[in-house]
Design a protein around this ligand. Structure first.
Ligand code: ZN
Length: 157
């Protein structure tokens, strides 16, 4: 088990605002990185983690909304439908939460650790996690999408 440091978002550190690169070679290093990302996510009690959050600009994501670990390499959204509005937070922006509008259901495509393509459908929290984590790969943060007047501070006064 290897834990990585989760980057906290701040204006000076621009890594979370950069676009991540497509993973062209899927090898043992990729598998180790995904395993470390999963360990780091579980340790932080998160439901998802994208590689840029540990300072690595590669299109890699891990998610577990309580239905088992999902590892995604080069994920893309194929379809979105419906709408849901709910509270959202981010391990890289621990100070605030806020309500974000997301699709109720999304269908994604990604590669597994053997490089094979697969498709997955997610509804509710899983759909939200897919959208939130895939946004990270394009330098988009949930704070860009918080609905007006729904921001909540997580810092105890
Ligand atoms: Zn996040």
């Amino acid at each position: 088990m290897a834990l990585r440091n989760i980057r906290n978002y701040n204006e000076e550190d621009t890594i979370l605002r950069k676009k991540s690169k497509v993973v062209k070679i899927i090898d043992e290093k990729t598998q180790i990185l995904l395993a470390d990302m999963a360990d780091t996510m579980y340790q932080a009690n998160g439901v998802g983690l994208a590689a840029p959050q540990i300072g690595i600009l590669k299109r890699l994501v891990v998610i577990d909304v309580g239905e088992g670990l999902i590892k995604l390499i080069n994920p893309v959204i194929l379809e979105r439908s419906g709408e849901q509005q709910d509270m959202e937070g981010c391990l890289s922006v621990p100070d605030i939460s806020g309500e974000v509008l997301r699709p109720q259901k999304v269908r994604i495509k990604a590669q597994d650790e053997n490089g094979d393509y697969f498709e997955l459908e997610g509804t509710d929290l899983l759909a939200r996690a897919f959208c939130h984590e895939l946004d990270h790969l394009d330098g988009i943060l949930f704070i860009d999408k918080i609905l007006p007047d729904t921001t909540v501070s997580n810092i105890e006064q």
